[in-house]
Design a protein around this ligand. Structure first.
Ligand code: CP
Ligand code: NVA
Length: 310
């Protein structure tokens, strides 16, 4: 596989299947090194900026711990301080940061802001979640599935809930890796057609399918993975009450899990709203792998930094 040095991770749309598997292999290697107590300070004397315009626990902590293990110095920048795009144009911020740091990790609203930042700076940019995509989450998701199922291609992943950033990122990688993904959403909350079309266009084996339905039971039928996320994402707080009513039939509960394979795993990017998109019973069941998934955010964050920082 060619080196990924200098590459951005904005949506993973421009990553090949081999490049994604390369990142997963690197994450697994770094996980083994950590568990065996082997030092892996591969990025000693490097520095990254972390711009966060929305709340975060997993992403911030996993990246900061990743930097600590790799020898990188992180600079956490709250948007209230830098006021991206208000105090100065995003491109200027990118060009300024390029003079100081070796990469930028950014969590914000508009995907176009992250794309603009990446276009204007020579240093790699990692999308730590926008309204449109959450690529770092899908890398951890793929790693977790691979650890538990030993393969990705040909599996059935049922995503039940909102056609949001997490769903979009799963679609991108599902198309690329030949995961049969079925998304069940209430009408009007489907993933963007452009992302569904992109995912379908990536499929190389005609036996693989990307399906969008409004029937959660159809989605769950014979699935290897049942995945859900919150019904109201960050920035949609005003719609929360209405969404809770609309999404109620899309709750992942024991009836939904019963439609899936007996060996199916339950996944959630977290934070979870127990009693809304998932019941306490399911998230606490033996099928739930949500904390392995969140731990893998650390290993995949490290793989990304090691692979793209020059
Ligand atoms: N899954 C995830 O990105 O969590 P945070 O919003 O806490 O970072
Ligand atoms: N869809 C959620 C994911 C949080 C990790 C959000 O954007 O709030």
């Amino acid at each position: 596989m060619a080196s990924l040095k200098g590459r951005n991770i904005l949506s993973l749309k421009n990553y090949s299947q081999d490049e994604i598997y390369g990142l997963l292999a690197k994450a697994m290697e770094l996980k083994r090194q950590l568990k065996s107590g082997l030092p892996h300070r591969y990025l000693e004397s490097k520095t990254i900026a972390m711009i966060f315009h929305k709340p975060s626990s997993r992403t911030r902590v996993s990246f900061e711990v990743a930097t600590s293990h790799l020898g990188v110095h992180p600079i956490f920048m709250r948007d209230e301080e830098i006021q991206l795009g208000v105090r100065e144009p995003i491109g200027d911020m990118g060009r300024v940061l390029e003079g100081y740091v070796d990469a930028v990790v950014i969590r914000t609203f508009a995907q176009s802001d992250v794309e603009e930042l990446a276009a204007k700076t020579e240093i790699p940019v990692i999308n730590a979640l926008t309204d449109a995509y959450h690529p770092m989450q899908s890398l951890a998701d793929l790693m977790t599935i691979l650890e538990l199922k030993d393969r990705l291609t040909g599996l059935k992943l049922a995503y039940i809930g909102d056609g949001n950033n997490v769903a979009h990122s799963l679609l991108v990688v599902a198309g690329k890796l030949g995961i049969n993904m079925t998304i069940a959403c209430p009408k009007g909350y489907e993933p963007d057609a452009e992302v569904v079309d992109f995912a379908r266009a990536q499929i190389r084996n005609l036996n693989h399918k990307i399906t969008v339905t409004d029937d959660p039971f159809e989605a769950a039928d014979d699935a290897d993975v049942i995945y859900t996320d919150v019904w109201a994402s960050m920035g949609q707080e005003a719609e929360r009450e209405e969404r809770i009513k609309t999404f109620r039939p899309y709750q992942v509960n024991s009836e939904i899990m019963a439609e899936a394979k007996p060996t199916a795993i339950f996944m959630h990017c977290l934070p979870a709203h127990r009693g809304e998109e998932v019941t306490d019973e399911v998230i606490e069941s033996a099928q739930s792998v949500v904390f392995q998934q969140s731990e893998n955010r650390l290993h995949t964050a490290k793989a990304a930094l090691v692979s793209i920082i020059k």
